[in-house]
Design a protein around this ligand. Structure first.
Ligand SMILES: Cc1ncc(COP(=O)(O)O)c(C=O)c1O
Length: 459
C-alpha cells in the first residue's frame, strides 16, 4: 500500500477535521454505517483533489449512501482497501476484469510491450493481428477500428451510421447505457440513479434527435420507425442489458429489431461492451444468432487495459476517414500496450476452452445459492444469471424486462444488504442497477463464503 495514503493526520488539525468530516458527511445517510477515521481521511483527501472524490459517479455510491471502499490493490478475485480490509470482489471494475485482478499473463505481455514502446502513433502488426482475431470471433465485424473506451466506440458507431444513412435521428432504449457522449446520456441505466440530471450540459438539438423507448418492446420500435419514416439512422441496443441490473432480451426481441432495421434502412448497432467475450467468445450475437450491422466492444477486450473497438459491415465502415469522410481518431487508439493486453486475454481464452463453461457453472452456483436463501427468508426476489453475470433484484415478482420494472426495486433494502455484505467481506456493486461480475479467479470457496455472508445479511 502506498505510504502516501496515510500522510493525512487528522488528529493534529481538529478544526480542519471537523470541517472535512462535515463535507464527507455529504456521502452519508442513515443507510451507511459511520466510516472509520482512516477511511474518512482518505475521502477528505480525495474530495479535495478529485471532483467529487471520484473519476466516475457510480463510485461515489450515492444509491447506498456511501462511496465504495477506496481500493489499494486487487489480487485474483479479491481486493484490498486502504484500511487493510480484503473483500471478495463482485464489482470487478464493472466488467473488464475477466481473468481476475493482476493476472500475471496479461501483466507480462503488457510489460514486454511497454519496453518496445507503449504508444507508437503508427499502425503496427500486432494491432492488425488483433483486428483479425476480433473478425474471427465476431464475423459481423468485417472492418474494425480500435478506440480506447466503450464511450468512444458507441459514439463513433452512431456517427458512422448517421453518415451512412444520411439520417439524423437514432433510437435507444431506457436502461441501456452506451457511454457518456451527448447523444447517449439519457435514461442511462445505473447512471440515472447516481446522477441527478443526465441531460444537463446537452443541447436540445442533440437530445431532440434521440428517441428513447422501453427495452424489450419491439412494437414500440415499429411504431417509432413508422412515425419517423426515413429519419432514423440507427437503433442501438445492449443485446443483453447490464445497466439496469441484468435484463435479458425476451424471446424474439433481437430478431425483431433485426427485421425492423433491415426494413427501414436503419443501422442495427449491438453494444456488446459488456457482453463481448464475457457471455462467450462471440458475444451475444453468437448466442442469439442475430447479426447486427455494427458492433461495439470494450471492457473485457484488453484483459483489464483500456481498449475498445467498433466495427461491422465493410460498406458502412467505409464511411470512416481516410476511405470516407467521418473522422474518428485517437492518440492512444490501438496502442501496443493495450493491444498486448488484449492478445494475452485472447490467448488464455483460446488455450482454456473450458473457461466460459467453468465460469458459468460458478455463477450458477452463486445464483442458485442466492435464490435458495431468498426463498428460505420468504422473500420473492428474482435472481437472474447469464454466463458470469448475476443479479439479485430486491423487487417482488419475476425478473424485470425493462427499466420501469427495474425501478420498482426496494433501493433502501438493497443498500442495507450492500452494507451487511461489505461488513462480511463481500464487495457488491453500490447500486441495485448494477450487477455482480465473476472472474476466472473466483473459486467455489469464494462463492460459498459469499452465500454464507448473504445468509446472515438477509436475516
Ligand atoms: C454497455 C456499455 N456500453 C458502453 C459503455 C461505456 O464504456 P466506457 O466506460 O469504457 O466508456 C459501458 C460502460 O459501462 C457499458 O456498460
Amino acid at each position: 500500500m502506498p505510504p502516501s495514503l496515510y500522510r493525512w493526520d487528522l488528529s493534529r488539525r481538529p478544526a480542519k477535521r471537523a470541517a472535512m468530516q462535515r463535507r464527507v458527511a455529504s456521502f452519508d445517510n442513515d443507510l451507511a454505517p459511520a466510516p472509520d477515521a482512516l477511511a474518512v481521511a482518505q475521502w477528505v483527501r480525495a474530495r479535495a483533489a478529485l471532483s467529487g472524490g471520484v473519476d466516475s459517479p457510480v463510485r461515489a455510491g450515492s444509491p447506498v449512501g456511501a462511496p465504495t471502499p477506496m481500493l489499494a490493490s486487487g489480487h485474483g478475485a479479491h481486493v484490498l482497501d486502504v484500511t487493510g480490509r480484503t473483500y471478495i470482489d463482485y464489482i470487478c471494475a464493472y466488467g473488464p476484469v475477466l481473468l481476475g485482478h493482476g493476472d500475471l499473463r496479461v501483466a507480462a505481455a503488457v510489460g514486454r510491450a511497454m519496453h518496445a514502446g507503449a504508444v507508437l502513433g503508427a499502425t503496427h502488426p500486432e494491432e492488425v493481428r488483433l483486428a483479425e482475431r476480433v473478425q474471427r470471433l465476431f464475423p459481423s465485424m468485417q472492418r474494425v477500428r480500435f478506440v480506447s473506451t466503450g464511450t468512444e466506440a458507441c459514439m463513433s458507431a452512431l456517427r458512422v451510421a448517421r453518415a451512412f444513412t444520411k439520417r439524423e435521428k437514432c433510437i435507444r432504449f431506457e436502461g441501456c447505457y452506451h457511454g457518456h457522449s451527448d447523444a447517449m446520456i439519457f435514461s442511462a441505466g445505473a447512471s440515472s440513479l447516481s446522477t441527478p440530471s443526465l441531460a444537463a450540459g446537452v443541447t436540445n438539438a442533440v437530445s431532440g434527435d434521440v428517441i428513447v423507448l422501453p427495452y424489450n418492446d419491439a412494437d414500440a420500435v415499429a411504431r417509432a420507425l413508422l412515425g419517423h419514416a426515413g429519419e432514423v439512422s440507427a437503433v442501438i441496443v445492449e443485446p443483453i442489458c447490464g445497466n439496469m441490473g441484468l435484463c435479458m432480451p425476451v424471446a424474439g426481441y433481437l430478431q425483431r429489431l433485426r427485421e425492423l432495421c433491415s426494413k427501414s434502412g436503419a443501422v442495427l448497432i449491438f453494444d456488446e461492451v459488456i457482453t463481448a467475450l464475457r457471455v462467450g467468445p462471440g458475444g451475444a450475437q453468437a448466442l442469439y444468432g442475430v447479426e447486427p450491422d455494427l458492433t461495439c466492444i470494450g471492457k473485457t477486450l484488453g484483459g483489464g487495459l483500456p481498449i475498445a473497438a467498433f466495427g461491422g459491415r465493410a460498406d458502412i465502415m467505409a464511411q470512416l476517414a481516410p476511405d470516407g469522410a467521418v473522422f474518428v481518431g485517437g492518440t492512444f487508439s490501438g496502442n501496443p500496450a493495450c493491444v498486448a493486453g488484449a492478445h494475452a486475454l485472447l490467448d488464455v481464452l483460446a488455450e482454456d476452452r473450458g473457461f466460459h463453461e467453468r465460469l458459468e457453472k460458478l455463477a450458477r452456483r452463486l445464483a442458485d445459492g442466492l435464490a435458495a436463501i431468498v426463498r428460505q427468508r420468504g422473500l420473492d426476489f428474482p435472481v437472474t444469471q447469464c454466463a458470469s453475470m448475476v443479479d439479485l433484484k430486491f423487487r417482488k415478482g419475476p425478473a424485470h424486462e425493462n427499466m420501469a420494472q427495474a425501478r420498482e426495486v426496494d433501493a433502501a433494502a438493497y443498500a442495507a444488504f450492500y452494507h451487511a455484505m461489505l461488513a462480511r467481506g463481500v464487495l457488491l456493486p453500490p447500486s441495485s442497477m448494477e450487477l455482480m461480475f465473476l472472474t476466472g479467479a473466483h473459486t467455489e470457496n469464494d462463492i460459498d463464503c459469499t452465500l454464507q455472508a448473504a445468509h446472515e445479511a438477509l436475516a
